[in-house]
Design a protein around this ligand. Structure first.
Ligand SMILES: Nc1nc2c(ncn2[C@@H]2O[C@H](COP(=O)(O)OP(=O)(O)OP(=O)(O)O)[C@@H](O)[C@H]2O)c(=O)[nH]1
Length: 365
């Protein structure tokens, strides 16, 4: 029983949707289930009591609740969800107006209108919910206070009508306030989670993707490569004699140099390429759809840009160079192997005197 109820409530929810979307689906399911049970049972009671207009309205509402549930499960997208929500809210408001006009059973019909504010806020969120509530309140006020009870099929005392509207406005205000706070808390939590994610995947000094961040980007490029088959090149870069810079100008200025280098790299790689901080004074480029020969050409362009840019530290223009190891990832060469080979090529570039680019296929075995 509990498992069936859980299944009915979560129908249409998915781990691919964000929390807010799943919440909306759940609320539509919950509301339509409660709506179906209530309107169906009250409709049958009205039918047995030969109150045919009430029975007809309740059973029609019950049918529309079923339809909205079906719409949501058939069109499992945002349009389907929105349609289901509009249908549920519209149907609920029509039913409530009917109960106000006729009085329902023993004039207790208006007591049900308090359901509308929380439902409108749940479905529409703060802004849209407030708009819906303004329209609905206006409609109820017109129905209740039209001169000579012209729009009513029953009679309510003036005191009853005014208290009904006051208490209804209070519930509306509280529901709107609750929804506003809930929405704000959700947005703050979302923003915090975005910031944590950003921090976890980025290097705080250079703001480049860190090792984990760039590994994620490589994974994405790898799945793209599996589809179209074009190779990726990776380039591992190590700043030359960086220890000297630290020793001469201090660690803080060393950090400034690393930041400037990352800016130069970002400027000189192509729009489709990525650069990350691989660790310490090492960087990595990921060059999608690039064979090793082209990767080597690009690395050489960046190398010469770095060599030609003087970095000002404590009034001194210093020249910084780096060594580059390039390797291609393709169907035969896996990522791990490519990383090892790029490292080997980098080592060779250091051996060859630094400030140069070596491709893995030109490496000594
Ligand atoms: N300022 C600063 N220095 C760092 C950072 N990470 C690593 N280093 C320094 O980078 C230096 C790397 O030195 P080595 O590995 O000896 O290499 P190198 O001096 O660059 O010489 P080659 O690589 O052989 O050209 C070390 O002194 C590290 O302390 C950092 O985040 N900031």
């Amino acid at each position: 029983m509990a498992a069936t109820l859980d299944k009915l409530l979560k129908e249409g929810c998915s781990q691919h949707y964000d929390e807010e979307t799943n919440r909306q689906i759940l609320v539509v399911n919950l509301f339509s289930l409660v709506g179906i049970s209530l309107t169906l049972s009250l409709g049958i009671v009205a039918l047995v009591g030969k109150n045919y207009p009430l029975a007809f309205s309740l059973l029609t509402a019950s049918f529309l609740f079923i339809v909205s549930r079906k719409i949501q499960s058939i069109f499992s997208n945002s349009v389907g969800r929105l349609l289901a929500m509009y249908l549920l809210t519209g149907c609920l408001m029509a039913l409530m107006s009917f109960l106000v006009v006729t009085g329902g059973r023993a004039n207790t019909g208006p007591l049900w209108i308090y359901i509308v504010p929380p439902v409108a806020m749940f479905f529409g969120g703060f802004r849209r919910g407030l708009g819906v509530m303004a329209g609905f309140t206006l409609l109820i006020v017109i129905l209740l206070f039209f001169p000579d009870d012209y729009l009513l099929l029953t009679h309510y005392s003036y005191e009853f009508k005014t208290r009904l509207i006051y208490s209804f406005l209070t519930v509306t205000f509280l529901s709107a306030f609750y929804e506003y706070s809930r929405q704000k808390t959700y947005e703050t939590a979302k923003e915090l989670s975005r910031q944590f994610k950003q921090q976890a995947l980025h290097d705080p000094l250079t703001h480049l993707p860190n090792r984990r961040g760039i590994q994620q980007q490589i994974e994405q490029e790898l799945s793209r490569m599996t589809r179209h088959g074009r190779p990726i090149s990776i380039v591992i870069v190590d700043v030359d004699h960086f220890k000297n810079i630290n020793d001469t100008y201090g660690h803080d200025n060393g950090d400034v140099v690393l930041t400037k280098i990352s800016e130069i790299f970002r400027k000189w790689i192509r729009r489709q390429d990525s650069v990350g901080r691989w660790g310490g004074e090492e960087f990595i480029f990921v060059l999608p759809e690039t064979p090793e020969t082209n990767g080597k050409l690009l690395a050489d362009k960046v190398r010469s840009a770095l060599e030609g840019t003087f970095i000002n530290i404590q009034g001194n223009d210093i020249q910084v160079t780096a060594s580059f190891g390039v390797c291609e990832i393709n169907k035969e060469i896996t990522l791990d192997r490519a990383l090892r080979q790029a490292d080997k090529a980098l080592y060779q570039a250091k051996k060859e005197g630094r400030n140069c680019v070596v491709a893995a296929n030109a490496c000594d075995d």
